[in-house]
Design a binder for this molecule. Structure first.
Ligand code: HEC
Length: 119
């Protein structure tokens, strides 16, 4: 009986540890360090290339994300400078469109919230 209790406690402990681990992985927030300048050319357009957005957004489907056309195609129609949460680009991608990773999403949000410059 004592042994059973010990085993039960161990199992509960293990499950508990496991659930903390789970939270850590799936609720991780990516923070862009204070003072980082996110640049459209250096940081944002490579995200479109890396995620094959141009397989579809190549002129036939708006926004046109082919090299040289990205900025004018996105701003102001899909990007509200200074407000990522009100920007179609950000809300669409954070909803899973394009399978963009969390770091890239954080960069996009930071770029928009910093004024969505063509820098
Ligand atoms: C497999 C094809 C495909 C890929 C890959 C794809 N998109 Fe899309 N995207 C679409 C289609 C089709 C629509 C329009 C239908 C919809 O809103 O889902 C769309 C809509 C959008 C919109 C909103 C346009 C509107 O009119 O509301 C944005 C912004 C966007 N995509 C950005 C991206 C970005 C950035 C990537 C890459 C990370 C990407 N898409 C990857 C097919 C694709």
């Amino acid at each position: 009986m004592k042994k059973l209790l010990k085993i039960t406690i161990l199992i509960i402990f293990a499950l508990n540890l496991n659930s903390c681990y789970y939270d850590e992985i799936f609720e991780q927030e990516i923070d862009i360090p204070e003072g980082t300048v996110v640049e459209f050319a250096a940081d944002i357009t490579p995200i479109f290339a890396a995620n094959n957005c141009t397989d579809c957004h190549n002129g036939s489907q708006d926004p046109n994300l082919t090299p040289g056309n990205e900025y004018n195609s996105l701003v102001p129609e899909y990007v509200v400078a200074g407000n990522a949460n009100n920007s179609e680009l950000y809300s669409k991608l954070s909803g899973g469109h394009g399978n963009v990773d969390a770091t890239s999403l954080a960069l996009i949000a930071e770029w928009i919230n910093s004024g969505a410059l063509n820098n």
